[in-house]
Every structure is written in structure tokens, then in C-alpha cells.
Design a protein around this ligand. Structure first.
Ligand SMILES: [Zn+2]
Length: 90
């Protein structure tokens, strides 16, 4: 009984070790086959493209999207203009 469990443990340990070795070999082979993994998609490169500009719906000033406040589907240059709301520009 005790001996059987010991053998099971030995076999399981051997199988796990074999899997680890096989995995290491596979990943090494993958690295050798493809030394340069494909780079990030060109459009998704952060900082490469000029930032999109948006327009304040109140005063019409243009500003980078990251600096704008977007509330209710409109862009605002600050919270005060967001509070004042859309103003007709002419
Ligand atoms: Zn504004």
C-alpha cells in the first residue's frame, strides 16, 4: 500500500518534470524561431501621433483631448464651461 503511493508520487513527479523540461525547450525553440515578436500595431503607438484636438462646446477653444473635460457627450475646456453648457457660436 505505502509502496504503491510512493510509486505514484515518483511517476507524477517525473511527468511534471518532463512537462517543465518540454515547456522550456518549446519556449526556447519559439524564441529561436521568432527572435523579434511582431511589434505593437502602428496605430496604437502612444506618443507617436499628435494628440487629437477637441473643441470646448461653450467657448469654442481648441485643446488636447487629454486636457478636456468630457461631460454629456460634449467637450469642455474646464468645469465652469461644462456647468454653463453649450453656447451658440457665431
Ligand atoms: Zn470653454
Amino acid at each position: 500500500m505505502g509502496k504503491t503511493i510512493l510509486w505514484v508520487l515518483v511517476i507524477l513527479g517525473g511527468l511534471m518534470l518532463a512537462r517543465v523540461i518540454a515547456h522550456k525547450k518549446a519556449s526556447n525553440a519559439a524564441k529561436a524561431a521568432a527572435p523579434a515578436p511582431d511589434p505593437a500595431p502602428p496605430r496604437a503607438s502612444p506618443g507617436g501621433n499628435p494628440e487629437a484636438m477637441v473643441r470646448c462646446s461653450h467657448c469654442g477653444v481648441h485643446l488636447p483631448r487629454s486636457e478636456a473635460t468630457m461631460i454629456g457627450g460634449n467637450n469642455w475646456c474646464n468645469n465652469e464651461h461644462a456647468r454653463l453648457g453649450v453656447r451658440k457660436l457665431d
